[in-house]
Design a protein around this ligand. Structure first.
Ligand SMILES: O=C(O)CCC(=O)C(=O)O
Ligand SMILES: [Fe+2]
Length: 329
Protein backbone atom coordinates (compact mmCIF):
# COMPACT_ATOMS: atom_id res chain seq x y z
CA UNK A 1 0.00 0.00 0.00
CA UNK A 2 1.19 3.47 -1.04
CA UNK A 3 2.87 6.39 0.62
CA UNK A 4 6.19 5.66 -0.98
CA UNK A 5 7.93 8.73 -2.38
CA UNK A 6 9.95 8.29 -5.55
CA UNK A 7 12.87 10.18 -4.13
CA UNK A 8 13.64 12.97 -1.75
CA UNK A 9 10.93 15.64 -1.86
CA UNK A 10 8.89 13.82 -4.46
CA UNK A 11 5.14 14.07 -4.29
CA UNK A 12 3.96 10.70 -2.89
CA UNK A 13 1.66 8.28 -4.69
CA UNK A 14 -1.06 6.75 -2.54
CA UNK A 15 -3.20 3.75 -3.42
CA UNK A 16 -6.65 4.14 -1.83
CA UNK A 17 -8.09 0.78 -2.91
CA UNK A 18 -8.23 -0.46 0.70
CA UNK A 19 -10.74 2.31 1.47
CA UNK A 20 -12.98 1.32 -1.43
CA UNK A 21 -12.90 -2.45 -1.12
CA UNK A 22 -15.22 -3.95 1.51
CA UNK A 23 -12.81 -6.81 2.24
CA UNK A 24 -9.92 -4.73 3.56
CA UNK A 25 -8.87 -4.77 7.18
CA UNK A 26 -9.07 -1.84 9.58
CA UNK A 27 -5.25 -1.74 9.58
CA UNK A 28 -5.14 -1.40 5.79
CA UNK A 29 -7.69 1.40 5.89
CA UNK A 30 -5.83 3.24 8.64
CA UNK A 31 -2.61 2.99 6.61
CA UNK A 32 -4.26 4.84 3.70
CA UNK A 33 -5.65 7.50 6.03
CA UNK A 34 -2.20 7.98 7.54
CA UNK A 35 -0.51 8.25 4.11
CA UNK A 36 -3.06 10.85 2.98
CA UNK A 37 -2.71 12.73 6.26
CA UNK A 38 1.06 12.84 5.97
CA UNK A 39 1.03 14.00 2.33
CA UNK A 40 -1.61 16.65 3.04
CA UNK A 41 0.30 18.04 6.02
CA UNK A 42 3.68 17.94 4.28
CA UNK A 43 3.00 18.84 0.66
CA UNK A 44 -0.70 19.57 0.34
CA UNK A 45 -0.41 17.40 -2.77
CA UNK A 46 -0.38 13.71 -3.61
CA UNK A 47 -0.97 11.39 -6.52
CA UNK A 48 -3.89 9.04 -5.99
CA UNK A 49 -4.23 5.59 -7.60
CA UNK A 50 -6.46 2.62 -6.86
CA UNK A 51 -9.59 4.73 -7.43
CA UNK A 52 -11.36 2.12 -9.54
CA UNK A 53 -12.23 4.49 -12.41
CA UNK A 54 -11.48 2.71 -15.70
CA UNK A 55 -8.60 4.08 -17.72
CA UNK A 56 -10.85 4.24 -20.79
CA UNK A 57 -13.02 6.80 -19.02
CA UNK A 58 -10.02 9.02 -18.32
CA UNK A 59 -8.91 8.77 -21.94
CA UNK A 60 -12.39 9.63 -23.17
CA UNK A 61 -12.39 12.78 -21.05
CA UNK A 62 -9.29 13.99 -22.89
CA UNK A 63 -10.70 13.01 -26.28
CA UNK A 64 -13.78 15.13 -25.58
CA UNK A 65 -11.66 18.04 -24.35
CA UNK A 66 -9.60 17.92 -27.54
CA UNK A 67 -12.75 17.95 -29.66
CA UNK A 68 -13.84 21.13 -27.94
CA UNK A 69 -10.52 22.95 -28.11
CA UNK A 70 -10.17 22.01 -31.80
CA UNK A 71 -13.42 23.85 -32.62
CA UNK A 72 -12.97 27.08 -34.57
CA UNK A 73 -13.05 30.19 -32.42
CA UNK A 74 -16.54 31.21 -33.53
CA UNK A 75 -17.85 27.83 -32.31
CA UNK A 76 -16.10 28.19 -28.96
CA UNK A 77 -17.55 31.74 -28.76
CA UNK A 78 -21.04 30.24 -28.92
CA UNK A 79 -20.45 28.99 -25.37
CA UNK A 80 -18.38 31.93 -24.11
CA UNK A 81 -18.62 32.48 -20.31
CA UNK A 82 -20.35 35.80 -21.05
CA UNK A 83 -23.33 33.77 -22.28
CA UNK A 84 -23.76 31.77 -19.06
CA UNK A 85 -27.01 32.39 -17.19
CA UNK A 86 -26.59 35.10 -14.55
CA UNK A 87 -23.59 34.38 -12.34
CA UNK A 88 -23.44 30.65 -13.05
CA UNK A 89 -19.95 30.95 -14.64
CA UNK A 90 -20.00 28.21 -17.28
CA UNK A 91 -18.55 27.73 -20.72
CA UNK A 92 -15.44 28.83 -22.57
CA UNK A 93 -12.98 31.10 -20.81
CA UNK A 94 -10.50 32.24 -23.48
CA UNK A 95 -6.78 32.65 -22.77
CA UNK A 96 -5.53 35.75 -20.94
CA UNK A 97 -8.53 36.15 -18.59
CA UNK A 98 -7.34 35.04 -15.15
CA UNK A 99 -4.58 36.99 -13.46
CA UNK A 100 -3.34 35.78 -10.09
CA UNK A 101 -0.91 38.59 -9.27
CA UNK A 102 -0.80 42.20 -10.37
CA UNK A 103 2.85 42.08 -11.39
CA UNK A 104 2.34 39.04 -13.65
CA UNK A 105 0.64 38.67 -17.02
CA UNK A 106 -2.67 36.78 -17.30
CA UNK A 107 -2.58 32.98 -17.69
CA UNK A 108 -2.12 31.54 -21.20
CA UNK A 109 -4.51 28.62 -20.55
CA UNK A 110 -7.93 28.41 -22.15
CA UNK A 111 -10.62 26.50 -20.31
CA UNK A 112 -14.06 25.03 -20.69
CA UNK A 113 -15.96 25.21 -17.41
CA UNK A 114 -18.72 22.77 -16.46
CA UNK A 115 -20.66 22.69 -13.22
CA UNK A 116 -23.48 20.83 -11.59
CA UNK A 117 -26.36 20.72 -14.05
CA UNK A 118 -29.13 22.89 -12.56
CA UNK A 119 -32.11 23.49 -14.89
CA UNK A 120 -32.73 27.06 -16.04
CA UNK A 121 -36.17 27.05 -14.38
CA UNK A 122 -34.77 26.16 -10.95
CA UNK A 123 -35.33 29.12 -8.57
CA UNK A 124 -31.60 29.15 -7.77
CA UNK A 125 -30.48 29.11 -11.42
CA UNK A 126 -28.37 32.13 -12.29
CA UNK A 127 -27.07 32.61 -8.75
CA UNK A 128 -23.35 32.23 -8.11
CA UNK A 129 -21.93 29.04 -9.71
CA UNK A 130 -25.44 27.66 -10.12
CA UNK A 131 -27.30 27.00 -13.35
CA UNK A 132 -27.42 25.05 -16.60
CA UNK A 133 -24.20 24.19 -18.42
CA UNK A 134 -23.44 25.61 -21.83
CA UNK A 135 -22.92 22.81 -24.33
CA UNK A 136 -20.89 23.25 -27.51
CA UNK A 137 -22.03 22.13 -30.92
CA UNK A 138 -20.66 18.58 -30.58
CA UNK A 139 -22.47 15.24 -30.64
CA UNK A 140 -24.07 14.63 -27.24
CA UNK A 141 -22.52 11.16 -26.91
CA UNK A 142 -19.07 12.52 -27.75
CA UNK A 143 -19.11 15.42 -25.38
CA UNK A 144 -21.96 16.06 -22.96
CA UNK A 145 -22.42 12.42 -21.94
CA UNK A 146 -18.70 11.92 -21.50
CA UNK A 147 -18.29 15.10 -19.46
CA UNK A 148 -21.23 14.39 -17.15
CA UNK A 149 -20.19 10.77 -16.61
CA UNK A 150 -16.71 11.95 -15.67
CA UNK A 151 -18.22 14.62 -13.40
CA UNK A 152 -20.28 12.08 -11.47
CA UNK A 153 -17.17 9.93 -10.92
CA UNK A 154 -15.42 13.00 -9.55
CA UNK A 155 -18.23 13.79 -7.10
CA UNK A 156 -18.05 10.26 -5.69
CA UNK A 157 -14.26 10.35 -5.47
CA UNK A 158 -14.35 13.77 -3.79
CA UNK A 159 -16.74 12.43 -1.12
CA UNK A 160 -14.36 9.56 -0.45
CA UNK A 161 -11.35 11.87 -0.16
CA UNK A 162 -13.12 14.29 2.19
CA UNK A 163 -13.96 11.37 4.50
CA UNK A 164 -10.36 10.15 4.42
CA UNK A 165 -9.07 13.63 5.23
CA UNK A 166 -11.45 14.10 8.18
CA UNK A 167 -10.39 10.75 9.64
CA UNK A 168 -6.76 11.87 9.50
CA UNK A 169 -7.33 14.91 11.72
CA UNK A 170 -5.84 14.95 15.23
CA UNK A 171 -7.79 12.54 17.46
CA UNK A 172 -8.07 15.19 20.21
CA UNK A 173 -10.34 17.28 17.94
CA UNK A 174 -12.91 14.52 18.29
CA UNK A 175 -14.30 14.89 14.74
CA UNK A 176 -16.76 12.25 13.58
CA UNK A 177 -15.88 10.90 10.09
CA UNK A 178 -18.88 12.75 8.62
CA UNK A 179 -17.84 16.15 10.04
CA UNK A 180 -17.48 17.67 6.56
CA UNK A 181 -20.10 15.63 4.71
CA UNK A 182 -22.29 18.77 4.56
CA UNK A 183 -19.74 20.17 2.10
CA UNK A 184 -20.52 17.48 -0.43
CA UNK A 185 -24.33 17.77 -0.45
CA UNK A 186 -25.42 19.50 -3.70
CA UNK A 187 -21.94 20.96 -3.95
CA UNK A 188 -20.63 23.64 -6.28
CA UNK A 189 -18.23 21.65 -8.46
CA UNK A 190 -16.67 23.82 -11.12
CA UNK A 191 -14.66 21.59 -13.41
CA UNK A 192 -12.17 23.07 -15.81
CA UNK A 193 -11.06 21.34 -18.95
CA UNK A 194 -7.74 23.03 -19.58
CA UNK A 195 -5.71 23.51 -22.72
CA UNK A 196 -2.26 25.02 -22.75
CA UNK A 197 -1.02 25.86 -26.23
CA UNK A 198 2.62 26.65 -27.02
CA UNK A 199 3.57 30.30 -26.41
CA UNK A 200 5.51 32.21 -29.06
CA UNK A 201 7.99 33.65 -26.66
CA UNK A 202 8.52 32.76 -23.06
CA UNK A 203 8.09 35.74 -20.74
CA UNK A 204 9.16 35.35 -17.09
CA UNK A 205 5.99 37.18 -16.04
CA UNK A 206 3.71 34.72 -17.78
CA UNK A 207 2.58 31.18 -16.96
CA UNK A 208 0.09 28.61 -18.18
CA UNK A 209 -1.34 29.14 -14.70
CA UNK A 210 0.60 31.59 -12.51
CA UNK A 211 1.51 30.64 -8.93
CA UNK A 212 -1.67 30.37 -6.88
CA UNK A 213 -3.49 28.34 -4.28
CA UNK A 214 -6.86 26.82 -5.14
CA UNK A 215 -9.92 28.33 -3.44
CA UNK A 216 -11.61 24.93 -3.28
CA UNK A 217 -11.85 22.43 -0.44
CA UNK A 218 -10.02 19.87 -2.58
CA UNK A 219 -9.04 19.63 -6.23
CA UNK A 220 -8.86 16.44 -8.30
CA UNK A 221 -6.63 16.98 -11.29
CA UNK A 222 -6.14 14.68 -14.24
CA UNK A 223 -2.97 15.35 -16.21
CA UNK A 224 -2.46 14.16 -19.74
CA UNK A 225 0.17 11.41 -20.02
CA UNK A 226 3.44 12.53 -21.57
CA UNK A 227 3.06 16.18 -20.55
CA UNK A 228 4.78 18.23 -17.89
CA UNK A 229 4.61 21.71 -16.47
CA UNK A 230 2.79 21.44 -13.11
CA UNK A 231 4.97 22.38 -10.16
CA UNK A 232 4.30 22.78 -6.45
CA UNK A 233 6.11 25.04 -3.98
CA UNK A 234 7.78 23.27 -1.09
CA UNK A 235 8.65 25.78 1.67
CA UNK A 236 11.12 23.60 3.65
CA UNK A 237 13.48 23.40 0.68
CA UNK A 238 12.27 26.62 -0.98
CA UNK A 239 11.92 25.16 -4.39
CA UNK A 240 9.35 24.21 -7.01
CA UNK A 241 8.84 20.44 -7.19
CA UNK A 242 7.50 18.99 -10.45
CA UNK A 243 4.30 16.95 -10.16
CA UNK A 244 4.89 14.18 -12.69
CA UNK A 245 2.05 12.35 -14.37
CA UNK A 246 1.38 9.02 -12.68
CA UNK A 247 -0.20 6.34 -14.86
CA UNK A 248 -3.95 6.19 -14.13
CA UNK A 249 -3.43 8.60 -11.26
CA UNK A 250 -5.11 11.80 -10.15
CA UNK A 251 -3.30 14.67 -8.51
CA UNK A 252 -5.14 15.60 -5.33
CA UNK A 253 -4.48 18.93 -3.76
CA UNK A 254 -5.74 20.62 -0.67
CA UNK A 255 -7.43 23.95 -1.33
CA UNK A 256 -7.79 27.06 0.81
CA UNK A 257 -11.20 26.09 2.20
CA UNK A 258 -9.88 22.78 3.53
CA UNK A 259 -6.88 24.58 4.98
CA UNK A 260 -9.27 26.97 6.77
CA UNK A 261 -11.59 24.20 7.97
CA UNK A 262 -8.63 22.31 9.39
CA UNK A 263 -7.03 25.37 11.06
CA UNK A 264 -4.05 25.10 8.74
CA UNK A 265 -3.39 21.44 9.59
CA UNK A 266 -3.73 20.48 5.92
CA UNK A 267 -1.73 22.71 3.64
CA UNK A 268 -3.07 24.51 0.58
CA UNK A 269 0.13 24.63 -1.41
CA UNK A 270 1.08 27.16 -4.08
CA UNK A 271 1.41 25.64 -7.51
CA UNK A 272 1.83 26.78 -11.09
CA UNK A 273 1.92 25.50 -14.64
CA UNK A 274 4.85 26.70 -16.69
CA UNK A 275 4.55 27.48 -20.38
CA UNK A 276 6.38 25.88 -23.23
CA UNK A 277 7.60 27.77 -26.31
CA UNK A 278 8.11 24.52 -28.21
CA UNK A 279 5.89 24.38 -31.24
CA UNK A 280 3.35 21.54 -31.15
CA UNK A 281 3.74 21.36 -27.39
CA UNK A 282 0.16 21.23 -26.17
CA UNK A 283 -0.92 20.19 -22.71
CA UNK A 284 -4.38 19.13 -21.58
CA UNK A 285 -5.63 18.62 -18.06
CA UNK A 286 -8.94 18.41 -16.23
CA UNK A 287 -9.27 20.14 -12.85
CA UNK A 288 -12.30 19.26 -10.74
CA UNK A 289 -12.78 21.62 -7.82
CA UNK A 290 -14.89 20.55 -4.89
CA UNK A 291 -15.84 24.00 -3.62
CA UNK A 292 -18.65 22.56 -1.59
CA UNK A 293 -22.27 23.35 -0.80
CA UNK A 294 -22.44 27.13 -1.23
CA UNK A 295 -24.48 27.57 1.99
CA UNK A 296 -22.17 25.40 4.07
CA UNK A 297 -20.30 27.25 6.78
CA UNK A 298 -18.35 26.24 9.83
CA UNK A 299 -15.53 27.25 12.11
CA UNK A 300 -12.34 25.27 11.85
CA UNK A 301 -12.78 21.70 13.10
CA UNK A 302 -10.56 22.34 16.13
CA UNK A 303 -13.20 24.89 17.18
CA UNK A 304 -11.04 27.92 16.39
CA UNK A 305 -11.51 31.02 14.27
CA UNK A 306 -14.51 32.59 12.58
CA UNK A 307 -17.00 30.70 10.44
CA UNK A 308 -16.15 30.56 6.75
CA UNK A 309 -19.04 30.26 4.28
CA UNK A 310 -18.19 28.40 1.08
CA UNK A 311 -20.13 30.63 -1.34
CA UNK A 312 -18.96 33.99 -0.03
CA UNK A 313 -15.39 32.87 0.26
CA UNK A 314 -15.06 31.36 -3.21
CA UNK A 315 -16.81 34.30 -4.84
CA UNK A 316 -14.49 36.89 -3.32
CA UNK A 317 -11.41 34.91 -4.29
CA UNK A 318 -12.60 34.24 -7.84
CA UNK A 319 -13.56 37.87 -8.46
CA UNK A 320 -10.12 39.02 -7.37
CA UNK A 321 -8.50 36.96 -10.17
CA UNK A 322 -10.92 37.89 -12.96
CA UNK A 323 -10.40 41.67 -12.81
CA UNK A 324 -12.21 43.51 -15.57
CA UNK A 325 -11.49 40.78 -18.13
CA UNK A 326 -13.99 38.25 -16.81
CA UNK A 327 -17.69 38.34 -15.96
CA UNK A 328 -18.96 40.02 -12.80
CA UNK A 329 -19.94 37.32 -10.36
O1 LIG B 1 -3.48 22.14 -15.32
C1 LIG B 1 -2.91 21.88 -14.26
O2 LIG B 1 -2.08 20.99 -14.18
C2 LIG B 1 -3.20 22.67 -13.01
C3 LIG B 1 -4.29 23.67 -13.15
C4 LIG B 1 -4.52 24.45 -11.90
O3 LIG B 1 -3.71 24.52 -11.02
C5 LIG B 1 -5.80 25.15 -11.71
O4 LIG B 1 -6.59 25.25 -12.67
O5 LIG B 1 -6.06 25.61 -10.59
FE1 LIG C 1 -4.67 25.18 -9.17
Amino acid sequence: MGGQANGENAIPTINISAILSPGSSEGERRAVIEDVRHASVTYGFFNLVGHGIPKSQLERAFESAKLFFALPEEKRMEVHIGKALGRSFRGWEPPLIQQHQEDLLPDTKETFIVGREVPADDPEAGSFLTGPNLWPDLAVEEFRDVVLAYQSRMVALAQTIVRILVQGLPAEWGCPPDALDGLTVDPAIPMRFLHYGPVEQKDPRQFGVAPHTDFSAITILLQQAGTEGLEVWHPPTEDWIPVPVVEDGFVINIGDLMQKYTAGYYRSARHRVITSAQENRHRYSVAFFLDGNLQFKTKALDGSGPETAVGEYVRSRLMATLGTRGPTL
